[in-house]
Ligand binder design. Sequence first.
Ligand code: 5AD
Ligand code: SF4
Length: 336
Amino acid sequence: MNDDIKSIIDFYRSSPLEKLTEKAEEVSYENHRGRVLLRGLLEFSNFCIRDCLYCGLRRSNLNINRYRLSDDLIIETIRKGYQAGLLTFVLQSGEDRYYSTDVMIRLIEKIKNATGGEAALTLSCGIRKKDDYKSFKKAGADRYLLRFETSEPALHAYLRSGFTLESRLAAIYDLKDTGYEVGSGYMVGLPDETEETRIKNALFCRELELDMVGIGPFIPHPDTPLKDKALRSLELTIRAVALVRLLLPKAHIPATTAAGSIDSEGREKLLSAGANVLMPNITPLPYRKDYTLYPGKICLGEDGIKCIGCIELRARSRGKSILKDRGDSLYRAKEA
Ligand code: 5AD
Ligand code: SF4
């Protein structure tokens, strides 16, 4: 560990919440100027072949209406979002085998065309073959999100029913190799996680040189094997965001919906602790309630476009303004 990193970790360990978030805000302001980027989140399929113990989309959960959005509905939604000013779209799903390489390529091309190639497209649809990552990039995808969930190998394998942390990391390196802007991240407050795990999680983000880092609280889902586990305080997530901001000053860090779901001001609190991205949910309303990663998910009743307005107000309440921009990686920009 170099001296800079060591002093950040020492500062994290020894600082009460307020002191830690104050410093993170300072670093955030130096790098992001109090501006918040918007990413429109479109949850296009909730089918999943995996069985992660924590997740409501796991294949063993039969208490869920599964859906896939038609291409037409996806394109119409993207167009509406673009007209409302969004310049980045995140296409998220479970690991759904219906989306073969060809089906995905066609969909990506259509989405890129819908905005004349102007908006950035981020994929968040799980592990695929490296060749798929290449084909999707060629078709127009710009970024890819794949959280590592926890950096504790044994906990990772247990929670993801046998899938190893090693294979997850290999996929993240495949994505970096392919030239994507890469986002990853983790949940905070997983069962058996310790403070040392949380520190290791943050250090992992730095080691992976991530462009984007998503961090949210683990929220026990009643239809999963972890239903009786504890929901930990949001403070742990706020501290995690602040620490990652100190370790990765230029990274794009969303104030996650999960944080807003356990505390009505959860997202605002993360914005004041170093986060610089908000993700309005633009999934068409009838489907939104079925994308139940965790219970209590917010924004189930608001039309996608209204979500954007609500989110802008939330940012302003913390003295932030919305930056209408694709929000490309600040690390790549420096290299170019
Ligand atoms: N609580 C909080 N976040 C969850 N996710 C999945 N299940 C839960 C849960 N019960 C997160 C995972 C996944 C992302 C899409 O949603 O981190 O990567
Ligand atoms: Fe599927 Fe992702 Fe949920 Fe795991 S976390 S069950 S891979 S949607």
